[in-house]
Design a protein around this ligand. Structure first.
Ligand code: EPZ
Length: 417
């Protein structure tokens, strides 16, 4: 069991380089096995979720080899096994993308129900409804999702709810279906676009990714490709928020500033100065922070995956701050940990009321999930005294080299066994 130990109240200053996007990587790796060929994926983040998928793809028969820390060669010419057991997929929610990828290429897949962060009910009914619309038979048997099709055909699919996972999963399978598929009310997140771009380089015909209507013309097969994953919007946002809470001056490098618009606007509303470069954002926090309201939405709205980090920042913004979580039912499990540090927060359903306090005080806390763990780091960086964060394994699922990146910015943070 590893812990992060932070001695707080150090201003963060300097530059931090952002890694490849986790939520693009976990879709693009399964997409790579849709070709009976070799793919090279670059700018992969060095995180546990990528390691889990590496192991799962290898067990299926793909030959996976890291050419360097961030570049993976995947040779999918000898895949024999189209199933993944619970033991393989329990840690990673995005294992559901194996269903769409295998269904597209092999017309069958058996994948245990996905694991991942626990914040309330996380159904995959929209994914399964999409597969059925494409002509697949779908069963859930002993917690294993089984999908089969003689052949897949294009379909018109209206998503009842905007879902990143269902949009990408249906897109994967539809690439290798016969005829045209239209996905309406599709998710527009940057990783949806990144996955579509990768599939198109592999020979798919996808138009409209990034808008709410995606049109796909099926092709008989995909071929190998080389691809560089986009920077991680959520990792970038985490460092921007950390700069803001510590009164810091940080350049967040290797990002797509447009992806950060919603957070940049919110930080500016709070009195933080944002200077946008071509592929960087400088965050200067030298004034008292102003209280704000935040509502999470699908892209281009405020991302739910920055909600816990933002909550940590708002604990020290004097006045009343209100967060409304519109995506997940129960993404406030970390609030008790912030309260242990002196935060004044009350929860009513999807709404968190945060009354800013002059300072947080370091204590022992727990990362209850990935982004909650990031929120604990942010709170610890601002707190007086020492914060010990347990369950670092959650943070390692999605943040590369977290203690060194923060350490290089001047944080007093270390990892201990
Ligand atoms: C993706 O999860 C991300 N994960 C999540 O990030 C992120 O919180 C979420 O999108 C929302 O942005 C990955 O990309 C791997 P959804 P996903 O389907 O695709 C409901 C992180 O911290 N829904 O967009 O699983 C669902 O209950 C992780 O990096 C259905 O009802 O989320 C939720 O309320 C955590 N039926 C809403 O839609 C379905 O079949 C949005 O979920 C699917 C979803």
């Amino acid at each position: 069991m590893e812990k992060l130990i932070i001695n707080g109240q150090k201003k963060l200053c300097g530059e931090v380089s952002i890694s490849g996007a986790k939520n693009a990587a976990v879709a693009i790796l399964p997409a790579a096995i849709m070709a009976d060929d070799i793919c090279f994926i670059d700018n992969l983040p060095c995180i546990e979720d990528v390691t889990s998928l590496f192991n799962t793809l290898t067990k299926m028969g793909a030959k996976c080899e890291f050419l360097d820390k961030h570049t993976l060669k995947i040779d999918s010419r000898n895949i024999e096994n189209v199933s993944a057991t619970y033991e393989e997929v329990r840690k990673i929610r995005a294992s559901y993308y194996l269903l769409g990828a295998l269904l597209g290429r092999f017309k069958k897949a058996e994948v245990a129900m996905p694991g991942g962060c626990n914040f309330g009910s996380r159904p995959i009914d929209l994914h399964l409804k999409g597969f059925r619309a494409l002509g697949a038979e779908v069963f859930v048997d002993d917690n294993v999702v089984k999908v089969y099709a003689e052949k897949l055909h294009g379909a018109s699919i209206y998503m009842d709810q905007v879902s990143v996972g269902a949009t990408i999963n249906i897109m994967l399978a539809a690439c290798l279906a016969e005829g045209n598929t239209v996905i309406e009310n599709a998710a527009k997140e940057p990783h949806v676009v990144d996955t579509a771009n990768f599939l198109n380089i592999m020979g798919a015909k996808i138009k409209g990714a990034g808008t709410d209507v995606i049109r796909i013309t099926g092709v008989p097969k995909l071929h190998g490709a080389e691809y560089t994953i986009i920077p991680d919007q959520i990792e970038a946002g985490t460092y921007m928020i950390a700069a803001a809470i510590t009164g810091g001056d940080v350049v967040v490098k290797n990002i797509i500033p447009k992806h950060m618009d919603c957070l940049s606007a919110k930080l500016e509303e709070m009195n933080v100065t944002i200077e946008e470069g071509d592929d960087s954002i400088r965050v200067i926090s030298d004034r008292a922070l102003k209280n704000v309201n935040v509502k999470t939405m699908s892209y281009p709205g405020f991302p739910t995956d920055l909600q816990p980090q933002m909550a940590a920042l708002l604990t020290v913004c004097m006045g009343e701050n209100i967060i409304t979580e519109n995506v997940w039912d129960n993404r406030y499990q970390y609030i008790d940990q912030l309260k242990k540090m002196g935060a004044d927060i009350s929860i009513e359903g999807r709404v968190a009321r945060i009354n800013g306090v002059p300072e947080l005080v370091g204590t022992d806390v727990c990362a209850t999930d990935l982004r909650a763990g990031a929120a604990m780091i942010i709170a610890g960086l601002a707190a007086r005294g020492t914060t010990e964060i347990k369950n670092v394994k959650y943070i390692d699922r999605g943040y590369e080299d977290v203690e060194n990146k923060f350490g290089n910015l001047g944080a007093d943070i270390k990892r201990v066994k």
